[in-house]
Structures are given as structure tokens and as C-alpha cells.
Write a protein that binds this ligand. Sequence first.
Ligand code: ADP
Length: 264
Amino acid sequence: MMYFAGIDVGSTFSKAVICDENGKVLGRGMLRTGADFKERAVQVLDAAKADAKLPEDAPLKIIATGYGRNNIDFADGVMTEIACQAKGIFQSIPKAQTIVDIGGQDNKIVFINANGLVERFIVNRKCAAGTGAFLEEIARRLDKELSELAEAAQKGKGDRALSSYCTVFASSEVLDLLRRGVDIHDLARSMFLSVVARVMELATFGDNVTLTGGVVANNPIVADLLREKIKGDVTVPDYAQYTAALGAAIAAKEQFEKQAGDQQ
Ligand code: ADP
């Protein structure tokens, strides 16, 4: 039996997924990325192996993806996060769609066709506005857990995103509004609305939107707000933070099958 691993070394979180020869997911692992990409990749892979109950010497083919993918010298190959997102999503949701990935430090929009092929993509890497870092920074300035703010936002009212675009100014704006007595629930809703606004500025979405990444996986309010704003279907897959790692594991499986086929 051969096993396949995808390791997604993201700017903020590293994720690993292990699947078997049938593409069934056996285990997952996740840790904050920190400074050492390779060390973290080893650790998330070990965590996924433990979750899958794989023996240490189980034969494994590995594809690395994400921001730190080129540092993972023990991988059998690398693939872009765009290609891996498309693969990971198309396997469970096989239709033409727009994938919107809200990550730690960037947002990506990937348009895939009815065959699962990437037609075009947009990446926002210019600044942290509308990313996970934006939310984390505001939570830090408010001395709250981000999950607490996501919960508070569910009870918030109104439809006003923060007026500041920049993360630093938005944090100050939130503190200022709080000191002036604006309700924390409404403020929390405004900050999540800002994320949705930044993402919607990047492109016009198609009818079927699938949301991925850590922000969406951990803060259901983001999908709820986007549903209020666009006409099409908005889907959040299970394990939405692991979809690129899953796509990388599938890519490892496909490459192995192709090589085996070529040798016959
Ligand atoms: P990347 O792949 O770019 O490293 P991820 O897709 O893993 O990013 O998403 C990271 C973001 O997810 C963080 O910046 C944070 O906003 C959000 N996040 C991660 N874990 C949690 C959590 N437990 N609660 C709330 N938000 C979280």
C-alpha cells in the first residue's frame, strides 16, 4: 500500500493531509507556521501520520504547496496553491465555480471550469486588508480571541464595513468607535463585513462560490455575510482550511499513478 501526503506551508498556518490509494483521507495535521518552514512541514506531516495511525516507515509520496513550498526539500514535488485549491475542491464539488480563499496574508480567487481546470485567478498580496492578519490584528488590539469576535458579530446589526482600508488604521478605528460607545457586536460585524467587502472588490463572482481558508473555516459569519451580499450559492466545504493540502495529496497520488502507468 502506498500513501500520499499534501503539505500546505501557508504564511500563517501549515497543514498536512494524508490519503490512501483510493483518495480516502486518513489523517490531518495543522500548526502555526512560524519562522522555519521545513521544520513546521515535518511536524505537521508527523501530526497527520499520527492522526492516520501510519507506521513511521509507511511508503509516502509528498507534494508541497503554499507560500513556503520551495523550502520543503524532502517533498517529491511542488505545486502552486492555485492548482492545489482547484484539485482539492473539484474532487468534492465537481462543477464550474469560483473558489474564494481567504488566507492569513492574502486572498485568492480561482475560477474553475466544469472540467475542474483553472481558467483564471486573482491574488491580492499587496496588503493585509481583508485577510486573516487583518482580523487577528484587530482582535489583538481589542485583547479578544478572534473566535469571540466572530460570535459577537452574529448578534451585530447594520451593514457598515469599517471606513479604514488599512489594517493599522482599521484597528485604531475600531478602538476609537468602541471608546465612543459603539456596541461591540455591531463593531465585530463591521470588521467581518470589511473582509467580505475587500474580497468582493477583487472580482465579480460566478453563480457557485466555494469559500476556503482558515478565516472561513473558523468564522462562519464570513460565509453568512457573503450569502447576504451575492445572488449565487455559497458553499463552505468540510475542513475548509485543508483544501490546498488535500489537493496536493491528490496531485501526489495522480503523479504516482502516471509514473506507474508510464513504466508499464
Ligand atoms: P495561510 O494558508 O495563508 O497560512 P489559512 O488559510 O490557514 O492561512 O488561514 C489563517 C487565518 O485563519 C488566520 O489569519 C486567522 O484569521 C484564521 N484562523 C485560524 N485559526 C483560527 C481560529 N481558531 N479562530 C479564528 N480564526 C482562525
